[in-house]
Ligand binder design. Structure first.
Ligand SMILES: Nc1ncnc2c1ncn2[C@@H]1O[C@H](COP(=O)(O)OP(=O)(O)O)[C@@H](O)[C@H]1O
Ligand SMILES: [Mg+2]
Length: 284
């Protein structure tokens, strides 16, 4: 049977939101329009705007609303401007994408700039998560869950992705670097916190897979993009139904990839001999 793939982030998000426990992992996510932009900025200050059917971090933007204090201006006669003495504050709007940042004075101008990039396509707006960092660069995690040959779900792989300098996305196809989860966690957690978090991620992989399977019975593998915020809370940014497998080959523990490969052969993604080079599209 053909492996089911689902490209709409909106559809997958709604399938997960049907489960009240799992809905706690989903950051506030809505359909993009001017009023959701204004509302979400008022509540979250930072939001991500992304294509419903995007991959590789393409088209992803970040919008921020910031209160900026204006420096007191000095009048020609040397007396301070009266307004400035009252420490005038102004709201500014920042739009970031690729390595670009643009500043706007109103939400209307910000919206116009976003529309210029969305080109009429369906975009989502999501609460921005303040990601943990590795050497001052944000990182998130990829968690791979697969159908086992006996028909259960298992989390079979996990890795960290660190954003390239000045990028707002961590995707490998956007210059992100791959790390072992342990390496990244030990900069923020004790060994016991780290192993608890890894256990939680494994569980999350299995739970999300089980939930998505209720709406999409033909899925066999998923890749979760999980963010950790400054309080180490876990957030599910998106779920890929055609996750990269080959990327797990680079880890020194070869048994990890061998199991991933064995399961992928069992459910028909790979042929037994295949797997050294994957010609399939890899959404990491
Ligand atoms: N809500 C968010 N908060 C913080 N970072 C985000 C958010 N949404 C996306 N990102 C960053 O952008 C990357 C790409 O977004 P994602 O939703 O995974 O789309 P894609 O399908 O293009 O990979 C994520 O891996 C993450 O680094
Ligand atoms: Mg992604």
């Amino acid at each position: 049977m053909k492996i089911q793939r689902v490209s709409s982030k909106w559809a997958k998000t709604n399938a997960i939101l049907l489960n009240p426990t799992l809905s706690n992992y989903i950051p506030d996510t809505r359909k993009y329009n001017f009023s959701t932009l204004v509302e979400m900025l008022a509540v979250h200050a930072t939001v991500y705007v992304k294509p419903d059917r995007g991959t590789y971090g393409s088209g992803v933007m970040r919008a921020e609303q910031r209160l900026v204090s204006l420096a007191p201006s000095i009048q020609a006669d040397g007396s301070e401007d009266r307004k400035a003495v009252r420490k005038e504050e102004k709201t500014m709007y920042i739009l970031r994408y690729n390595k670009t940042a643009q500043i706007f004075a109103s939400p209307q101008e910000l919206h116009e700039a976003i529309l210029g990039r969305t080109q009429g396509k369906f975009y989502l707006i999501q609460k921005g998560i303040d990601l943990l960092r590795h050497h001052d660069r944000p990182f998130d995690l990829r968690v791979l869950a697969q159908k086992t040959p006996i028909g259960t779900w298992e989390t079979t792989g996990m890795l960290g992705r660190v954003a390239a300098p000045h990028k707002i996305v961590t995707n490998y196809h956007n210059g992100g670097r791959i790390f072992q989860v342990n390496t990244l966690f030990k900069e923020h957690m004790t060994p016991s916190e780290s192993s608890t978090a890894i256990q939680q991620l494994k569980q999350l992989g299995v739970q999300i897979a089980g939930q998505l399977e209720l709406s999409y019975p033909g899925i066999k593998e998923i890749g979760l993009d999980v963010a950790l915020d400054q309080h180490h809370n876990m957030w599910l940014l998106e779920v890929n139904t055609l996750p990269s497998i080959i990327v797990f080959k680079m880890f020194p523990d070869k048994s990890i990839y061998r199991r991933i490969h064995r399961y992928a052969v069992a459910y028909g993604r790979l042929k037994k001999s295949e797997g050294t080079v994957s010609s399939r599209r890899k959404a990491l």
